[in-house]
Design a protein around this ligand. Structure first.
Ligand code: OVM
Length: 399
């Protein structure tokens, strides 16, 4: 493409991997969106898109903005990554297509229907345990407890050592950021955690009836190798725990801060689904990731050279006033159509239906029993390179 009217790039000193940003990213999102359709981030030497229009355009154009150089800040094609690349997240078509088809079928609507009754039973058990139980940590005791039970059971992960899923998720998602203190802390026990995860992905360590075991039916059919199956199972364990844990934590916080909207849900549990979409828009758990330019290109007249890393702020896009009315208002009654909390395009979250099932079932059970969700202490914000939620969320569920 020949472009003769290139804009002078807008640059910014904003650091999206700094504690100030993690504590409250939203004022920075305003600045990034208002700076222009694409912004040069001086601190890290990467581009950033934060407006809805450009986020959607970049996510919709995998040929120009690839995933196979990693979706973190590091160009893994040039530098290598800290783990073997994911067969889904860090692949482009055609490999991505075949791998995604396998996982997508395993997470089909029929498969999820079969999980619902178990999820509902476990939601009742957990809600029973927490409602009226006094001061709790909404993260460890509720938000993490549920996926760690139902999702790990569904995949067929061994119960023994299951706690390794938490530091693994921390490695995966903090590992997409730059080599800062969060990155290093996440990797502190990497060898032990990786060894456990690697073992857990093997056929002989998975329950015979779970989602993980189903990946291995494609080995028996001669379509993929056992190593490749293990890599696909690893995606379940990487993408499926932190994301849902933090989404549930964000839901608790939103409803604690907006008790009148919790009342609406309690009176009409049919509204839980729509409420969850608003939570995904308003407090997207997975806020920041990257694509890499495969060729010299441009965004709204600004030249983006080949191999540029482009930071995508789905969280900023989800509050772009160019797209949403009163974007900073949490409103479970609004239309959330088009939110990019699950990403968009060919890499749009393949697990979004199981995530929705988990959260819907859990919040529905909670809505039946808890009149009020009270924040009973100072919430401790999660400082994290790519995810937004809480480290600790002191909470009381009132019967
Ligand atoms: C994967 C993977 C890891 C993290 C996130 C994700 C949001 C996928 O290993 O495939 O999707």
């Amino acid at each position: 493409m020949i472009i003769d009217t290139l804009e002078k790039p807008t640059s910014s000193a904003i650091d999206p991997f700094s504690p100030d940003y993690f504590r409250d990213p939203y004022p920075f999102h305003v600045q990034l969106r208002d700076a222009g359709p694409v912004v040069w981030l001086e601190k890290w030497g990467v581009w950033a898109v934060a407006r809805f229009e450009q986020v959607q355009a970049v996510l919709g154009d995998w040929r120009t903005y690839c995933s196979s150089a990693g979706v973190g800040i590091v160009n893994e094609k040039k530098m290598g990554g800290w783990r073997k690349p994911s067969a889904l997240l860090e692949k482009d078509p055609p490999e991505h297509t075949a791998n995604r088809a396998i996982v997508s079928r395993i997470l089909s609507p029929a498969a999820l229907r079969a999980l619902r009754a178990t999820f509902e039973r476990e939601a009742e058990v957990l809600v029973d345990r927490v409602v009226g139980a006094g001061d709790l940590d909404g993260m460890a005791d509720f938000s993490e407890a549920f996926p760690m039970k139902v999702f790990a059971d569904a995949v067929g992960v061994p119960v023994e050592g299951r706690h390794h899923l938490v530091p693994w998720g921390n490695m995966v998602f903090n590992g997409m950021g730059p080599r800062n203190a969060l990155f290093d802390r996440a990797m502190a026990n990497a060898d032990e955690v990786t060894a456990w995860i690697t073992a857990a992905c093997k056929r002989e360590n998975l329950t015979p009836d779970g989602l993980g075991a189903q990946v291995y039916t494609h080995v028996e059919a001669g379509e993929i190798s056992a190593d490749h199956a293990a890599l696909l199972v690893r995606s379940f364990l990487s993408a499926g725990v932190d994301t849902t844990t933090f989404a549930i934590g964000n839901a608790l916080f939103c409803f604690a801060m907006h008790p009148e909207q919790w009342d609406v849900v309690r009176e009409n549990p049919g509204k839980v689904k729509q409420a969850f979409e608003e939570i995904m828009r308003f407090e997207s758990p997975f806020q920041t990731f990257f694509r890499t330019a495969t060729c010299d290109t441009e965004i709204a007249g600004t030249a983006i050279p080949q191999d540029s890393k482009v930071l995508i702020s789905v969280a900023a896009a989800n509050r772009d006033p160019r797209k949403w009315c009163n974007p900073d208002t949490f409103d479970i009654g609004r239309s959330t159509v088009g939110h990019v909390g699950f990403g968009a395009g060919i890499h749009g979250c393949v697990g979004q239906m199981i995530a929705r099932l988990e959260v819907e079932v859990l919040l529905t059970a909670l809505a039946k029993r808890a009149k009020r969700i009270e924040i009973c202490g100072e919430p401790e914000r999660l400082l994290h390179n790519t995810l937004r939620s809480f480290e600790k969320l002191p909470v009381r569920f009132h019967a």
